[in-house]
Design a protein around this ligand. Structure first.
Ligand code: F6R
Length: 242
């Protein structure tokens, strides 16, 4: 495991973007596994800035997002489809046909999850998977207790996760109770992982994930088993590491 501790999130964004840029230089048609949430925002901003300077393109890349809320269509402002369009796909000019997210309003969500996994396998799986980490150690929406070999499926979101994400919803709307997520097994098949974390609120989850036992109770602990993982965190998220 490569553990990189940086001063601030700007530095994190630059190092993360370097890694993605190198990945795309080696394999322009890479399959990128993408995350949403607060953590990758600076990284996406940096990617967009490099795109504007002509240094980074997703023209030939294919993207698969980790997850989507059940019940939210792509036009809902808090949907992950909308987040990705706003922060990355739109500004990078990514052809929508190359960008994949689970359909949160599918009539048969379990079938949609299986189909999403099959679509990912059909393009050969993920070359580089970007991950954030939840306060409870989740990756994607694989909450504590998820099987370490789980595949894409419908999951019930924990109270911690719903509370953490409530700020993205209007006051009269609560965070959905369920989501479709890629599984831990699916994530672990990615050829490379890039895990990002910033801020002191993530310190305990980071130390449990990197230094604790590998257990379904801390889904992110599974990254310890991955042969090619870069963990890129800021000093605040590193404070509980020994
Ligand atoms: C988002 C995702 C989640 C987040 C995690 C951290 O697509 O899969 O695992 O990465 O909840 O969220 P933030 O970055 O908002 O703290």
């Amino acid at each position: 495991m490569d553990l990189i501790i940086v001063r601030n999130t700007e530095r994190m964004a630059r190092i993360g973007a370097d890694l993605i840029q190198r990945q795309l230089a080696t394999k322009p048609d890479s399959v990128l596994g993408l995350a949403t949430g607060a953590t990758p925002l600076n990284l996406y901003r940096e990617m967009v800035a490099r795109h504007r300077r002509g240094r980074l393109t997703l023209e030939r890349a294919i993207t698969f997002n980790l997850d989507e809320y059940l019940g939210l269509g792509p036009e809902h402002p808090a949907s992950y489809a909308s987040y990705m369009r706003r922060h990355l796909f739109g500004p990078m000019g990514l052809d929508p046909a190359r960008a994949h997210l689970p359909n949160g309003t599918a009539a048969a969500p379990e079938a949609e999850a299986k189909c999403y996994e099959a679509r990912l396998q059909a393009v050969g799986g993920i070359d580089l998977q970007l991950l954030g980490i939840g306060l409870n150690g989740h990756i994607g929406f694989n909450e504590p207790g998820s099987a370490l070999d789980s595949r894409a499926r419908v999951v019930c979101l924990s109270a911690t996760t719903r509370a953490a994400n409530q700020r993205y919803f209007p006051l009269d709307e609560s965070t959905p109770t369920h989501a479709i997520t890629l599984g831990i097994g699916t994530i672990m098949e990615a050829r490379r992982l890039l895990l990002l974390a910033s801020g002191s609120a993530k310190a305990a989850a980071v130390s449990d994930a990197l230094e604790g036992p590998i257990t379904p109770e801390v889904p992110a602990s599974v990254v310890q088993r991955h042969p090619r993982v870069t963990v890129l965190i800021d000093a605040e998220a590193a404070t509980a590491l020994s």
